[in-house]
Design a protein around this ligand. Structure first.
Ligand SMILES: [Zn+2]
Ligand SMILES: [Zn+2]
Length: 265
């Protein structure tokens, strides 16, 4: 529970508070009135854009602007061809607004106290009717990990494992360091990550239902390649869970997406 600090008490404790966090919310810059572990106001913490669409693939939950990529069962082409890699994808919200900024604060801003908040989001996104045997992080190449100092996916996966009681296992590893994926096309992404992942102890994943944890899902190529390696090693089911997901309809058809939103409002 946050400690309420108002009036003279706020200025009295101000210096101590400033040692712990800045006086303003790091997202909307409004003054913080409570001593909390995170430098973000309650309104920003509560705000999120649910990741939702009228038309989406029943398996990978990729949203589409129209039904043409889906077959009669509601499956997209990649899932139908088995090229997606993972069996399901869950996320807490869309990668924009306050949620996007929260992830940035955690990943690049050094605000590690957001861990609990972000693990809560993952836990809420987990469907209650699904059973999993292992929680595994999206692996980072050891060279990258060395330069970054930590793998954020690993912190989140450990937190989720603790929260849910599902055993944690660092199941996969990254064979090759791939260039940053944000500025390359979908086809290039797929090429970059082909053969990039290996499984540490195949006998420990055989027949298991695995929850693969990452912070953001963009095209799904990287997560798909890792999931494919786990499945090749014998995993029965691999679901990807992320805090946020990029809605690629916004890149392709911004007007159509806006129209869809207006229709559902
Ligand atoms: Zn705020
Ligand atoms: Zn699909």
């Amino acid at each position: 529970m946050p400690l309420k600090v108002t009036g003279p008490l706020r200025s009295f404790f101000g210096w101590a508070g400033n040692l712990l966090y800045p006086a303003d919310c790091r997202i909307c810059e409004s003054p913080l009135h409570t001593l909390t572990r995170v430098p973000v106001c309650d309104a920003c913490l509560a705000s999120s854009h649910p990741f939702e669409a009228e038309i989406f693939c029943v398996q990978c939950r990729t949203p589409f602007v129209n039904r043409s990529p889906l077959d009669e069962n509601g499956c997209c082409t990649l899932c139908r061809l088995g090229a997606r890699g993972f069996d399901a994808a869950y996320c807490a919200g869309e990668y924009e607004g306050a949620l996007r900024k929260l992830i940035h604060l955690f990943k690049y801003g050094g605000v590690y106290s957001l861990e609990r908040e972000l693990v809560n989001r993952l836990s809420d996104a987990l469907p209650r009717d699904q059973r999993f045997d292992l929680v595994a992080p999206m692996p980072m190449h050891w060279l990258r990990r060395l330069s970054r100092g930590r793998n954020h996916a690993e912190i989140l996966a450990r937190g989720l494992a603790k929260r849910t009681g599902i055993p944690y296992q660092d199941a996969a590893y990254r064979r090759k360091s791939t260039p940053p994926q944000s500025r390359v096309s979908r086809a290039e992404r797929r090429r970059n990550v082909r053969g990039a992942f290996g499984v540490k102890w195949p006998e420990t994943v055989r027949g298991k239902r695995i929850l693969l944890v990452d912070d953001v899902l963009t095209t799904g190529s990287t997560a798909g390649a890792c999931a494919a390696a786990l499945k090749k090693a014998g995993a029965a089911h691999v679901a990807v869970i992320t805090i946020a997901r990029v809605d690629r309809r916004a890149w392709i058809e911004p007007t159509e997406k806006a129209r869809g939103r207006a229709a559902t409002a």
